[in-house]
Design a binder for this molecule. Structure first.
Ligand code: NAP
Length: 263
């Protein structure tokens, strides 16, 4: 299927690894020009040939720097993928280890800066260009936004806010030809699941089980119908489809192996 992305321009936040990297690769393969942002450039991202912008997107300055560089490099933006998230293991783990009375305002702020405000800041800076070109915003949220009781609360609540932001962009800028779509993955085999020092490995160690055992327990506990985690490439395909010209806006695509049971 031709996604009609050839010649389009795209910005992918958190593009150096995981879902972001898979998205960068796919958009490039579809013929788009891509600017990717993260704090560090990985060899894998360098290999793609995408333009890298080294910024901390949990800061307004970082977001502004990305938008300025992307506009200068690309001339205008057709697709914005607000994918950045997860961040450092200890930050993500904190929300799992502490309840509301224990989790500090600073922890909540940092989580919101990375997962919600980064998307707001970059979107705001690029919306004039997106509106000029009838562009699309894809926000990478999480099924955690629907399951706020399980896992890190600050993460889940920030993702719920991000999903709501999609609706706001779709409504406020739909009249100018901008579409906005949420892609919400369940478990995905990125570093969160695979790194020996990643989030899942940290939780596994705390429970005295192996990474594989913990992952299996999690899939069973969450009743993941397919019995497996998604791959970053599978999520990237959904993101690229959402970003391709179509008449879908303000809504959410879930890719979770059947984890969410509600209609
Ligand atoms: N993996 C899952 O199971 C899963 C499930 C549901 C939703 N998601 C969502 O999918 C998105 C991608 O997740 P992933 O699993 O692919 O994560 P990942 O493999 O950890 O990649 C995260 C990306 O974000 C960048 N990043 C992190 N903190 C940053 C910061 N402060 N400033 C700039 N860049 C930063 C990372 O590069 P640097 O570290 O070099 O900055 C990297 O490029 C996230 O929004 C996540 O919440 C993931």
């Amino acid at each position: 299927m031709d996604l009609h992305l050839a010649g389009r321009t795209a910005v992918v936040t958190g593009g150096s690894k995981g879902i972001g990297l898979a998205t960068v690769r796919l958009l490039l393969a579809e013929g788009a020009r891509v600017v990717a942002a993260s704090r560090r450039e990985t060899p894998e991202l360098k290999e793609t040939g995408a333009t890298h912008v080294a910024v901390d997107l949990s800061t307004a300055d970082g977001a502004r720097q990305l938008a300025d560089t992307a506009l200068a490099e690309l001339g205008g933006v057709d697709v914005l993928v607000n994918n950045v998230g997860i961040g450092d293991t200890e930050d993500l783990a904190r929300g799992s280890l502490h309840n509301l009375l224990e989790l500090s305002d600073d922890a909540w702020r940092h989580t919101f800066d990375l997962h919600f405000y980064s998307a707001l800041w970059v979107s705001r800076a690029l919306l004039p260009s997106l509106a000029e070109r009838g562009g699309t915003v894809v926000n990478v949220s999480s099924v955690a936004a629907r399951l706020v009781g399980g896992g890190p609360a600050d993460y889940a609540v920030s993702k719920a806010a991000l999903s709501a932001l999609t609706k706001v962009i779709a409504e406020q800028f739909g009249g100018q030809g901008v579409r906005a779509v949420t892609v919400s993955p369940g478990p995905v085999s990125t570093g969160v699941f695979t790194d020996p020092d990643g989030f899942i490995a940290t939780l596994a160690r705390q429970q005295g089980v192996t990474l594989e055992e913990f992952t299996q327990q999690m899939l069973t506990g969450f009743q993941v119908t397919t019995g497996r985690v998604s791959t970053p490439e599978e999520v990237a395909r959904l993101i690229a489809f959402a970003a391709s010209p179509n008449n879908i806006t303000g809504t959410e695509f879930i890719i979770d192996g059947g984890l969410v049971k509600t209609v």
